[in-house]
Write a protein that binds this ligand. Structure first.
Ligand code: ADP
Ligand code: TRP
Length: 335
């Protein structure tokens, strides 16, 4: 068991697809299981910068929580909570903003991307940019620093945010006294980018995804839709250019993956048969989780109870950190 503290946040963007599972959920579950102290939370306040539909936010929150629970997060070991249940995080964000230069926020990729988009559309650079988006990295730093995290597993697009959190911890520690641990990012493995039904990167925004949770028939229909070329079964094919094989290689056992690879290379593996094998592997992986997911979604009070317990655990740490930070700047420590 690794003694470091690991933390990650997920934005509530609804039920995951199998690309999210392989690229983000499965590795985070493995890391949580391997670390003594682990925190996993739903970043609902971060989502609020973009989602202004209360019922959509509520539903997305439950779907994401149910997904992680169904896929194996152990809430006894990992503090699993909603960001919005930890008020200490928000006070800490205010404290951090007093030592964070505005220039740092101006350099944030997400803010720059929003400005670029506006420029392209000939609009004011700050059109539709709310302060929540602008100060997104400060809240994220508070998420991370509140729990005294050592390691934050994230995708490439989030690396800058972790560097910013480290910078802010440094500004604070140097201005006052050392209160915060300096966190590091841990990058999700390259090479685990799954293609979607049409061969492009699997993404909700391309609508080419295979959801993790679905009934057998719906899953079968989607797998049958995977686009292939028109090579005949007996023709040799390159498995590395083949969506079915790429997907299969993340879900089947090593010897089965190897035999599909050989069969494609040598000729004799038709796309129809390969799809059947892929379907079997997906069913084996996701049948039980789908049932669990449906059970959680049918009784969301169970989710609320579990998240409340997680919040209790996380608040203890956040409370201690905030109290130290308050004391460091000359405010009254908390009781
Ligand atoms: P989407 O593109 O479907 O909106 P997100 O951008 O919300 O997905 O991604 C959430 C997480 O899932 C990220 O950590 C990202 O790295 C991972 N992820 C998304 N799509 C894939 C994919 N096709 N293959 C592997 N991982 C992915
Ligand atoms: N910004 C992250 C994302 O979009 C979610 C997030 C919020 C997060 N706070 C965090 C991730 C703290 C890691 C640590 O995916």
């Amino acid at each position: 068991m690794i003694g470091k503290t690991i933390l990650t946040g997920v934005k509530p963007t609804g039920a995951p697809h199998i690309g999210n599972y392989v690229g983000a959920i499965r590795p985070a579950l493995a890391l949580s299981a391997a670390h003594e102290n682990s925190y996993l939370f739903i970043a609902d306040y971060h989502a609020l910068n973009a989602v202004h539909d209360p019922s959509a936010l509520r539903k997305d929150n439950y779907q994401v929580a149910a997904a992680w629970l169904a896929l194996g997060i152990d809430p006894e070991r990992t503090a699993f909570y909603r960001q919005s249940d930890i008020p200490e995080i928000f006070e800490l964000a205010t404290l951090l903003s007093t030592v964070t230069p505005k220039g740092l926020m101006d350099r944030a990729h997400s803010y720059k991307a929003a400005m670029d988009k506006n420029r392209e559309a000939n609009r004011d650079v700050d059109a539709d940019v709310n302060m929540g988006l602008y100060t997104y990295p400060i809240l994220m730093a508070a998420d991370i620093l509140a729990m005294q995290s050592d390691m934050v597993p994230v995708g490439k697009d989030q690396v800058q945010h972790i560097e910013f959190a480290r910078d802010m911890a440094g500004y604070f520690n140097n201005t006052f006294t050392p209160v915060f641990k300096l966190p590091k990012h841990q990058l999700e493995k390259e090479g685990s980018l799954l293609p979607g039904l049409d061969g492009r990167k699997m993404s909700k925004s391309y609508n080419n995804h295979i959801p993790v949770f679905m009934d057998k028939n719906a899953r079968k229909k989607l797998v049958m839709k995977i686009v292939t070329d028109s090579k005949l079964p007996e023709e040799p094919k390159n498995p590395d250019e083949n969506t079915i094989f790429q997907l299969y290689s993340h879900f089947a056992d090593a010897d089965k993956i190897n035999s599909m690879r050989k069969a494609f290379e040598n000729g004799g593996m038709g796309y129809g048969d390969a799809k059947k094998l892929l379907l079997e592997a997906l069913e084996k992986t996701f049948e039980n989780p789908t049932q669990l997911y449906n059970e959680y979604m049918a009784d969301t009070s169970r989710i609320d109870d579990l998240l409340a317990k997680g919040a209790e655990k996380a608040r203890k740490t956040a409370h201690e950190t905030l109290s130290k930070a308050r004391e460091a700047v000359g405010l009254k420590p908390l009781r």
